[in-house]
Design a binder for this molecule. Structure first.
Ligand code: SF4
Length: 118
């Protein structure tokens, strides 16, 4: 069984063909142009992950704070993570890289600020 993926590692969007065995386990891949794509192909069919970006409210400010997960989280945790992020309200000042939520949705990954708010 084969799966065709589009690599999300860079704008080139290489088409990667992944070969799976009869149990759906990764066997091999081809079509990637670098090791990022090679790693992405294996992860995507075994334990897919994504970096989540979002906006959170800032107390007494109309402008929201942009945030992202410090590392990719399991794809299956994205909706629950967004629900958790929706409940968050931060107090200025905030600096790029500040941890806004530790252990987001039990993933062990932090949610961090991606802009400064004075
Ligand atoms: S395989 Fe490498 S070059 Fe191709 S899209 Fe992925 S990251 Fe970009």
């Amino acid at each position: 069984m084969n799966r065709i993926l589009t690599c999300i590692g860079c704008p080139m969007g290489c088409q990667i063909e992944v070969t799976l065995d009869e149990n759906g386990n990764f066997v091999d891949s081809k079509g990637w142009s670098c090791n990022i794509g090679k790693r992405y192909a294996q992860e995507e069919v075994t334990a897919p992950v994504r970096t989540v970006t979002a906006l959170v409210n800032v107390t007494d400010r109309s402008e929201p704070l942009s945030v992202k997960t410090a590392h990719p989280i399991p794809k299956g945790k994205i909706f629950d993570s967004l629900a958790e992020i929706k409940q968050v309200k931060v107090q200025a000042p905030v600096h790029i890289g500040d941890v806004i939520v530790e252990n987001l949705c039990g993933t062990g990954i932090s949610l961090v600020a991606t802009k400064n708010i004075a």
